[in-house]
Design a protein around this ligand. Structure first.
Ligand SMILES: C=C(O[C@H]1C=CC=C(C(=O)O)[C@@H]1O)C(=O)O
Length: 363
């Protein structure tokens, strides 16, 4: 069994440059571990290449040579009980592989400029929704332990999918995300439409939602219905209802369905991802707009992570409420859906609240 005392083994695996993932499903105490000790993870250039494949996948928002889809093909299913540190294990593993993401010195000014740019197509009715996000890089203390932080996140966020993934190409990613992209097995599959955000009220789920949040979530739900429909899938739908994500609440609809061919999960992912919960509508224009105007590289934030197995069980989640850990810093990411009616201060505060999911466990 993996317990929080194993944190130093996890930290050593990172220093040794091993490709591995640890994750915990919402409402479940078991921590899963998979590691590829031989060879290197597969690099894929499209979602459809995931058809028929299994392994732990980490996929970016925008696939590129710098950020391909990375598929860990594990040959080791148990966390080593102990591990021998050698003098070669050192921090260089961080430095060579990935430069840190530099956030803007005056972040609020950059966000404000982006907000106004994003509002143009929304106010003109060219876009119905656009998700604007940002990154914040902070110095990290010398004693920072990714392993310890992972176990803290597991304890604190019982309703979220908590993961830690390291590969030499992606670097260290960790998060506690509430959003399923695709989960299930056999003839029982599930996705969700998750959008709209407010803080918990005295630690409890709020049940009243304003028009903007409803509309934001309805756009995602309609999109999912339509995309599933193109495969002839008519899902059973539940919601929207208020769902908890750390100290925040979202509106959520569940979609349950069977698949015509479980070997074609990549085709379905290609249809769903990126949903308007992280991109926008109409989808393709929103995607291009974000790439051109957001002003930074989302990297693996708002991509997806998780275990994929067409003949076993699949648990893929959208990579939200996450951070990328570097040698001396860590970068937090968060975004929010903008509609024509969005207000700058509210949206900025929402990104702060979302970043607090990871920030709170570092304090
Ligand atoms: C884009 C993020 O959240 C999405 C998921 C739930 C609610 C959202 C919202 O209210 O804007 C976002 O669509 C993020 O956490 O960075």
């Amino acid at each position: 069994m993996i317990t929080k005392d194993s944190y130093h083994i996890i930290d050593t695996l990172i220093r040794q440059g091993r490709s591995f993932a640890l994750w915990r499903i919402p409402g479940n105490e078991t921590i899963h571990f998979r590691m590829q000790s031989y060879g290197t993870p597969d690099l894929l250039g499209s979602y459809t290449e995931l058809n028929g494949r299994s392994g732990f996948v980490i996929a970016p928002f925008h696939i590129s040579d710098k950020h391909p889809i990375v598929l860990i093909q594990p040959d080791c299913m148990d966390l080593p009980e102990d591990i021998l540190e050698t003098p070669q294990d050192n921090i260089e593993v961080f430095q060579q592989a990935y430069p840190e993401i530099v956030s803007y010195e005056n972040e609020k000014a950059h966000y404000t400029a982006c907000f106004h740019a994003f509002q143009q197509p929304l106010l003109r009715g060219i876009q119905d929704k656009l998700v604007l996000s940002r990154a914040k890089t902070n110095p990290k203390s010398a004693s920072f332990s990714p392993g310890k932080v992972f176990f803290q996140a597991c304890e604190r966020y019982i309703y979220s999918y908590v993961y830690l993934c390291y590969t030499p190409l992606t670097g260290i990613w960790m998060g506690g995300t509430p959003e399923i992209l695709l989960a299930g097995e056999g003839n029982q599959w599930q996705t969700v439409a998750l959008a709209g955000t407010q803080r918990l009220k005295n630690g409890k789920l709020p049940h009243a939602w304003d028009q903007k949040n409803w509309q934001e979530q309805q756009l995602v739900a309609t999109y999912i219905r339509r995309q599933l429909g193109t495969l002839g899938i008519v899902p059973k739908e539940k919601g929207p209802y208020s769902a908890r994500a750390g100290e925040l609440a979202h509106l959520k609809s569940d979609f349950r369905f069977t698949l015509p061919d479980n070997q074609k999960l990549g085709d379905l992912i290609n249809l769903l991802h990126p949903t308007p919960a992280v991109c926008g509508l109409p989808k393709e224009d929103a995607y291009q707009f974000i790439l051109q105007h957001e002003g930074y590289d989302r990297s693996y934030y708002s991509g997806f992570i998780g275990w994929i197995s067409p003949s076993g069980h699949t648990d893929l989640y959208v990579n939200l409420r996450c951070m990328n850990i570097h040698a001396n810093t860590y970068t937090l990411f968060a975004g929010g859906g903008l509609l024509a009616s969005s207000k700058l201060e509210e949206e900025w505060n929402e990104t702060e609240d979302k970043m607090n999911t990871m920030r709170n466990i570092l304090e």
